[in-house]
Design a protein around this ligand. Structure first.
Ligand code: COA
Length: 258
């Protein structure tokens, strides 16, 4: 089955997923989210794919959940249908690294989608925001939790309560994104980062993703123990032996994901 709201290309071990709903600034309709979850699941299952890049258009990464679609939703429908719950959980179950390339608006669910990715690279045009308060709701895909962990309580509270947008420069300064690049280069920069990741051992990259994500969920002592056990466990892999002997032999490591 094809996609109506996405473009997906796989090249050089990287799946590039582009949100493509230009009439609505890539608003995250139920259909778009179903396609995104399906595309991410396919990328996860595809042995040729070692890293995923998620992007939108020049104007919008995604301007949030689809407001028109949500406008008539009742509490009972939202609650009993677990609005956005299953899609968010499915995105978080993806174990391959995901690099977001964000240009233009990343608002509401768009900002939350970027924060569910593992690395966020922003164009200098990017604008992040959690303006749900203007609609009489709060964020529903992790915005109050992940933004607070990313930028601290002061800025998160400011953004959620006032609904103001954060520039790319402020987002980098605040720790929401890892790099800011000229808009023309943002997808290439993300693809280059993904290509670098694709060269690594997938076993190790998956362990890195799990360990860093654990830091967002666990108390420090538990997180440190989780990391140490992963560190110990990786000495059981061929890729550890290869990585270290390649360093000693002054040659490029040939990882085999085992
Ligand atoms: N849901 C549904 N449609 C959306 C949308 C959303 N979240 N965001 C934008 N659109 C649609 C607009 O309704 C408009 O459609 P139309 O051309 O049929 O009227 C189209 O996208 C272009 O948006 P427009 O508002 O005309 O562009 P703009 O450049 O003036 O403003 C934004 C861009 C992103 C600042 C503005 O659209 C906006 O504030 N969007 C909502 C952001 C938001 O509240 N997100 C959180 C949702 S929970």
């Amino acid at each position: 089955m094809g996609y109506q709201n996405l473009n997906v290309e796989v090249a050089d071990h990287v799946a590039l997923i582009r949100l493509d709903r230009p009439d609505a600034m890539n608003a995250l309709s139920a259909d778009l989210l179903e396609e995104l979850v399906r595309a991410l699941g396919k990328a996860q299952a595809d042995d040729k794919v070692r890293c995923i890049v998620l992007t939108g258009s020049d104007k919008a990464f995604a301007a949030g959940a689809d407001i028109a679609e949500m406008a008539e939703t009742s509490f009972a429908e939202a609650f009993m249908g677990d609005l956005f719950g299953q899609q968010a959980d499915a995105i978080l179950r993806i174990r391959k690294p995901i690099v977001a390339a964000v240009a233009g608006y990343a608002l509401g669910g768009g900002c939350e989608l970027a924060m569910m990715c593992d690395i966020v690279i922003a164009a200098d045009t990017a604008k992040f925001g959690q303006p749900e308060i203007n609609l009489g709701i709060v964020a529903g895909m992790g915005g109050t939790q992940r933004l607070t962990r990313a930028v601290g309580k002061a800025k998160a509270m400011d953004m959620h309560l006032t609904g103001r947008f954060m520039s790319a420069e402020e987002a980098e300064r605040s720790g929401l994104v890892s790099r800011v690049v000229p808009a023309k280069k943002v997808v290439d920069e993300a693809l280059a980062a993904a290509a670098k990741i694709a060269e690594k051992s997938m076993v190790t990259a998956t362990a890195v993703k799990e360990a860093v994500n654990a830091s967002q969920e666990m108390p420090l002592a538990q997180g440190l123990l989780f990391e140490r056990r992963l560190f110990h466990a990786l000495f059981a892999t061929e890729d550890q032996a290869e990585g270290m002997s390649a360093f000693v032999d002054k040659r490029e490591a040939q990882f085999r994901d085992r």
